[in-house]
Write a protein that binds this ligand. Sequence first.
Ligand code: MLT
Length: 404
Amino acid sequence: MYQVNDNYQKLPGSYLFSNIAKKVQAYTAANPDKNVIRLGIGDVTQPLAPAIIEAMHRAVDEMASAETFHGYAPDLGYEFLRKAIAENDYAARGCDIAADEIFVSDGAKSDSANIQELFSVNNKIAVCDPVYPVYVDSNVMAGRTGTYDPATEMWSNVIYMPCTRENDFVPEFPKETPDIIYLCLPNNPTGTTITKARLQEWVDYANRSGALIIYDGAYEAYISEEDVAHSIYECQGAKTCAIELKSFSKNAGFTGVRLGYAVVPKELKCGEISLRDMWARRHGTKFNGAPYIIQRAGEAVYSNEGKAQLKQQVAYYMRNASTIKEGLKDAGYEVYGGVNAPYIWLKTPENMSSWDFFDFLLEKANVVGTPGSGFGPSGEGYFRLTAFGSYENTVAALERIKAL
Ligand code: MLT
């Protein structure tokens, strides 16, 4: 008789964004006349940039002829894309990352869930609280998190680093030394970030304590302040303690196209064991590569036209971010984020719980957001709005919220 992975039974409820989608679907089914504006999940709304579309068309045409057809992609991803990433995302910023330390994937969500497979089940993870739920849930599935306490909404074997207005949403070094530290900067969900100097302190801390940092840089394209690092490898010593995950979803609108990459430097070793070689082995065994057409689309992100067009796209979303932030401030809300990230993190009014505010906003303003408590216990009393809507919808949502 087969047995299931019991760790799955420990997961409370369903995935946050599936939960929200179900609630919104039920509301729209019961209220078909309402025009609901979705500022919940961080899904982009603007079309792919013309340079990307052209590259995809060319790649589709190549697939139509035997001479230029492409089958399985190379294990790590096509050289043309890994070289473009190494040159533009790293060498151009003074970071020495080689193309063979870059692993192309179908997105940072899968990478951030899969990367924990490299580590012993005995490792203890540390996460920011609130946090992107995939980091914790994937460790639950692997059996690394102990038991769940529904009263505190915490796992017994996870170190939580609260990020609240009291500490400016900057995680502090935990009292207990973790083995693996997840950092997402600029941060999802709070939309805040830390300075490069502070990130350097995290790198030093990890090297000192023998911990590994899994650094999720999915929102890097939204950084607007000078003293914020675009890659953890801008920090001295990061290559011996950090894996970096990047996404094409937020900087180039690939949420439905799917492309990302992980950087696992050769210097990153656990004793004599190379994590890069382990990830290469895992990639070769479990993954058959992002599609050729999509990797060509990714290459176009780094073309001169692509870069110029995407700069405009990021600016479009950041105009939404400031529209939300300023609009909420005018309406008397306490707001954070939205300067280096496309997320606005607000304090719920009159101490409403995050889910009460979700229902209130959906029913009274027909606007969907994300309850802060869905990201962890320290998110209770907060709420996230995304800047990824259309400008018109963003303005309309703010008008409705102000009118409440
Ligand atoms: C979010 O809304 O937090 C993100 O869109 C989720 C993701 O990137 O997977």
